[in-house]
Design a protein around this ligand. Structure first.
Ligand code: SF4
Length: 491
């Protein structure tokens, strides 16, 4: 059996880092972890190929080579997925689809032979068994949240690692919280399911043996869902492994803001080599936090929480949302001020949207306020429901925040504030010639041609004299600023 795994094209977005990738001569940020894991769950004797369309073109020859095409993606990849389905149908190749996009919206897709939905640990074995008995069904679905104990090591050998800036691993699925706009507890459940420390270490060993050094993103939606296990089991094992290998990896992940309440956990994470964490801060307006059930963010000094994490060596990337029913007209100024004061350089501000599977989707459906499907791009100024605030005012206010925080002066001010507070763990330097290339490209595009040139040179000089160990971070974030301005069309 020949299997072609296809990851659809990912359009330009905030997180695609498309304009930053050119500086480091990479093609994409991360490979498709889901498909690499599925590949490892298929029979060993089957021949497998993977095409990530963000890196390589999908040719008709590739589709014709395969007995079956396996397709997976997220809602942002919807349009490219439709084109792939059409091409497979034209070439008469059997198509199997799964992953978050199809689990939420399979009824919207025609031309797929078999849907293998929800967690593959529950549904893929059933499909494979029926396939062997020559009676595969159209849809495989499950309400079970299976254990990850037998989830195999992803088949990273199917990709060329050199094309990516970061590789991903997954340690857990699920989140104990129930934010109204989020579909994670529907998709993965509220009970945290985790891999064992042996599984995690085996995955790190595999990446190390394959030659990977540098960034690893742990894709869990809330890495700290089970703090006890992390502190007792996982992080001590990671620390031992990193020390033994002399810190080849720098970790990033996503977590809820209660991480800032737990000094012991932050110290362990820093010692294990974590240097960044994405936090859903969402809003500074308490009534909006109540509205969306983001209870763990309520009654907090949010600026203090962010600064504390920076102090502990965890650089905070923040998610923010406007468009809640309870947002006052002053929310745009409030959020701009908060982002500047807290020093969250990577601030993903989006308009509220309701993905299928979220409680918000059901509420708005009941209130007859839904207009269309969520585009999957949090920052494209689209809204899939009728907001309480005047839509024009809302979109204009949103654009005002983007302008306020990403215009060069404010951006570089924030970046400098971060560098003042931030104390990361030392990761083994992975110097490559493309770093020199990135340096010279940034001199040209930011330091000579860029409208930020004055701020760029000031920042580099300040960093060289005050915090030379953070020079590479300063340069990286200057390049990110270039990407953000392009994405928001501010340049
Ligand atoms: S937004 Fe974050 S904290 Fe809230 S339910 Fe989703 S994953 Fe959990």
């Amino acid at each position: 059996m020949k299997i072609l795994m296809v990851s659809p094209d990912h359009p330009e977005t905030f997180w695609s880092f498309k304009y930053a990738l050119k500086f480091v001569s990479k093609k994409a940020t991360e490979p498709p972890l889901g498909l690499l894991t599925i590949a490892a769950m298929l029979p060993g004797e089957w021949e497998k190929k993977l095409i990530d369309m963000n890196v390589t073109k999908l040719r008709n020859d590739d589709i014709e080579w395969a007995d079956m095409v396996f397709l997976s993606g997220m809602s942002i990849q919807r349009e490219s997925a439709r084109e792939i389905i059409e091409r497979c149908n034209k070439l008469d190749t059997v198509l199997v689809a799964g992953g978050p996009l199809f689990t939420a919206e399979f009824m919207e897709f025609e031309g797929v032979d078999h849907f293998v939905l929800n967690d593959a640990e529950a549904t893929l074995p059933l499909f494979l068994e029926d396939l062997e008995n020559e009676c595969p069904e159209h849809i495989y679905t499950s309400s079970e949240f299976p254990s990850l104990k037998n989830t195999p090591v992803p088949m990273w050998e199917l990709i060329d690692m050199k094309n990516y800036t970061t590789l991903d691993i997954q340690y857990s699925r699920g989140c104990p919280f129930q934010c109204e706009f989020c579909d994670i507890s529907t998709l993965f459940g509220r009970k945290i399911r985790t891999k064992s420390k042996e599984q995690v270490i085996t995955e790190l060993d595999r990446l190390y043996t394959l030659g990977w050094r540098g960034g690893i993103f742990i894709v869990d939606d809330n890495f700290i869902g089970n703090k006890k296990k992390l502190k007792r089991d996982i992080l001590p094992a990671l620390i031992k492994w990193q020390e033994r290998k002399r810190y080849p990896f720098a970790f990033g992940t996503e977590a809820s803001i209660d991480l800032s309440d737990d000094d012991e956990l932050m110290i362990l994470m820093k010692t294990a080599g974590f240097n960044s964490v994405f936090i859903g801060i969402e809003t500074t307006n308490e009534d909006s936090l109540t509205e969306c059930s983001k209870i763990h963010n309520k009654n907090r000094d949010l600026v203090g929480c962010v600064k504390k994490m920076h102090d502990f060596g965890l650089l905070v990337k923040g998610g923010f949302i406007v468009g809640f029913d309870n947002d006052p007209p002053t929310i745009f100024n409030q959020l701009s001020t908060f982002i500047q004061e807290s020093g969250v350089v990577t601030a993903m501000v989006g308009l509220l949207n309701a993905p299928r599977g979220s409680k918000l989707y059901d509420r708005l459906d009941g209130e007859d306020r839904l207009i269309k499907d969520f585009s999957g791009d949090n920052t494209d100024s689209s809204i899939n429901f009728i907001p309480r605030m005047n839509p024009e005012k809302l979109v204009n206010g949103y654009k005002q925040i983007i302008n306020n925080i990403y215009e060069p002066k404010a951006y570089y001010q924030r970046l400098r504030q971060l560098l003042v507070n931030y104390n990361p763990v030392k990761i083994k330097s992975n110097f490559q010639f493309r770093n020199i290339g990135a340096f010279f490209k940034s001199i040209l595009f930011l330091g000579i041609l860029g409208k930020e040139r004055l701020y760029f040179w000031r920042l580099l000089s300040w960093t060289v004299f005050k915090k030379p160990q953070l020079f590479s971070l300063a340069l990286t974030y200057a390049i990110y600023g270039f990407h953000f301005r392009k994405i928001f069309k501010l340049d």
